[in-house]
Design a protein around this ligand. Structure first.
Ligand code: ZN
Length: 299
């Protein structure tokens, strides 16, 4: 096995970076994580991790799954950059170029959610599917996915979290927390919105709190839109908010109610528990997604 090819991955998050090395089968042989500080310090720590791998010469490519917004246009001079992020110091940072220059290896680059979607397809909850969506509900809402076996890239990349959804102000007067749109999907349903609306973090709210019915309503509205727009074969919901015990049950039920039997697909009508699902790769979804990106360009 000494000559088995290896693949590197960097999950570049706004809070932490996770770096890993894995086999083509997705088995991690090394992994580390550290807080995201200044770009120079953080990128240097990532480079030092790969530099310190004894079997570094076996690494064929490195994938980067980055927080955004990012420039994914291969024809752009700023491909591989983090662009207009509000995160202090990280605007216009050449993340992919720094890694490529350090090692001279092929470097793949995509959004964190697109990469996580690819990882779930390779080794997780979307295995064998070619049209599906991965949505993470945490400090924000991000969505990525594949259509017809390709990750979705258009002029930029999907920003599913900023979809507009129905907001009944008489039932929920909270104006929303998105600095750009107020009551977009993220502004109504991400973790900070729950905390701002109810005065407690989601994990501190009891299971029978009315917050969860409202949260399920908002998540189901977004899921309903994704079902209607992309006709996905499955929708994966991840992120900290989805860890709340009963939320999947509520979202599945509410999604069926909102669709109201209009879409006559047995995958949805008869197998909703297998249609709206949690990710299978858990805490390693991000770094394995980055490694899946590397695998794709190395082949
Ligand atoms: Zn927004």
């Amino acid at each position: 096995m000494a000559t088995e090819r290896l693949f590197g991955g960097i999950e570049a998050g706004g809070t932490k970076f996770v770096c890993g090395v894995a086999t083509s089968g997705g088995r991690l042989t090394a992994r580390t994580e550290f807080a995201t500080t200044s770009p120079r310090e953080t990128i240097d720590r990532a480079l030092a991790f790969f530099d310190g791998q004894a079997n570094r010469h076996l690494i064929s490519a490195i994938g980067i799954a980055s927080f955004g917004p990012v420039d994914l246009n291969p024809a752009s001079l700023h491909w591989g950059y983090i662009t207009s992020t509000p995160k202090e110091g990280w605007r216009n940072v050449d993340l992919a170029g720094s890694v490529r220059q350090a090692f001279g290896l092929p470097v793949a680059f995509d959004t964190d959610v697109n990469a996580a979607a690819l990882g779930e397809r390779q080794w997780g909850a979307a295995h064998g599917l070619d049209t599906f969506v991965y949505v993470t509900v945490g400090t924000g809402i991000g969505g990525g996915g594949m259509v017809g076996g390709r990750r979705v890239h258009g002029v930029l990349h999907p920003e599913m979290g900023h979809m507009r959804i129905a907001h009944d102000l008489s039932a929920d007067p909270f104006p929303g927390s998105c600095p750009f749109h107020g009551d977009c999907w993220e502004g109504l349903a991400a973790g900070p919105a729950i905390e701002a609306r109810w005065g407690s973090k989601g994990q501190e709210l009891p299971a029978d709190h009315e917050a969860w019915q409202l949260e399920a309503q908002y998540l189901a509205l977004g899921v309903n839109n994704l079902v209607c727009a992309l006709s996905p074969q499955r929708i994966i919901l991840g992120g900290g908010v989805m860890r709340h015990a009963n939320l999947f049950t509520l979202v599945r039920r509410r999604t069926l109610e909102l669709l109201n039997d209009y879409i006559q697909a047995p995958e949805i009508l008869n197998r909703i528990d297998d249609y709206i699902v949690p990710p299978a790769l858990g805490d390693n979804a991000g770094v394995l997604g980055a490694i899946a990106l590397a695998l794709e360009i190395a082949e």
